[in-house]
Design a protein around this ligand. Structure first.
Ligand code: HPA
Length: 245
């Protein structure tokens, strides 16, 4: 079963033929919301809204461990994360869809591992390639098949939030090699790897990062809604195709 974790702009999967909802409990507490089980283009899918169905949970308060644990125990085999980002690299402009291939983690203080139990042996997962290459390939193929342009490869910088960045921080992240910036990519990707769940992401660029382009004097989220709605229609097309593959 494929899991889709939806972020801002994707709190419901309208194309999903929902069959049942399930409130999960985990050793790590409650996930962001009920898991919605259903079928998308003939494939079993489970959907979870990362910020809750009413979009009330800020990035630093998402219970990433509970979300991943609940999806794993529900029978998930692999995960596609959909998340909105700010664009740093010039081609990662508002409206662009990006399938990132690397991560830099700038978050702090989040519960970021399943391997911190007193009794459990220490484990160091390999995270050289943080996204599953096969899943990335499948997403790119799905996008190609429905004629949607996506950017193949980008470095995702995960910040703590919930505030947006200063222009100087964006300059620094760019020097570090970051192309897009968001607040939820970590520890989600690492936790998926710890549970051996292949994980990849579709990032929707909704704004120029702080100090860049239209955000030169500030990030104005009023303009984001339209971009987000249009981009999500394209994301739906890609996800539907992915399920048919
Ligand atoms: N910065 C961080 N997270 C984001 C942004 C941004 O500019 N846009 C959407 N999520």
């Amino acid at each position: 079963m494929l899991a889709i974790i939806g972020g801002t702009g994707l709190t419901q999967l309208s194309t999903l033929e929902a069959l049942r909802r399930e409130v999960a409990r985990t050793p790590y507490g409650e996930p962001s919301g009920a898991l919605t089980f259903g079928r998308l283009c003939g494939r079993d899918v489970v959907f979870l809204a990362r910020h809750g169905y009413g979009h009330t949970i800020p990035p630093h308060r998402v219970n990433y461990r509970a979300n991943l644990w609940a999806l794993k125990t529900a029978g998930t085999r692999n995960i596609v994360s959909v998340a909105s980002v700010g664009g740093i690299r010039p081609d990662c402009a508002p409206g662009a869809l990006v399938v990132p291939d690397q991560i830099i983690d700038y978050t702090s203080g989040r519960a970021c591992t399943f391997f911190d139990g007193i009794d459990a042996p220490v484990r160091h997962i390999d995270f050289t390639l943080p996204y599953d290459e096969e899943m990335r390939r499948q997403i790119l193929a799905a996008a190609r098949n429905v004629g949607e342009a996506v950017i193949d490869g980008a470095v995702y910088a995960s910040t703590q939030g919930p505030r947006l960045e200063t222009a100087a921080e964006i300059n620094r992240f760019e020097r570090d090699g970051a192309d897009v910036i968001g607040m939820t990519g970590m520890p989600e990707a690492a936790l998926a790897r710890e549970l051996e769940l292949p994980y990849a992401a579709i990032n929707v660029v909704v704004n120029h990062a702080a100090g860049r382009g239209a955000s030169a004097r500030g990030v104005h989220f009023e303009c984001v809604e339209q971009v987000l709605q249009e981009a999500m229609l394209r994301v739906h097309k890609i996800l539907s195709r992915l399920c048919r593959q």
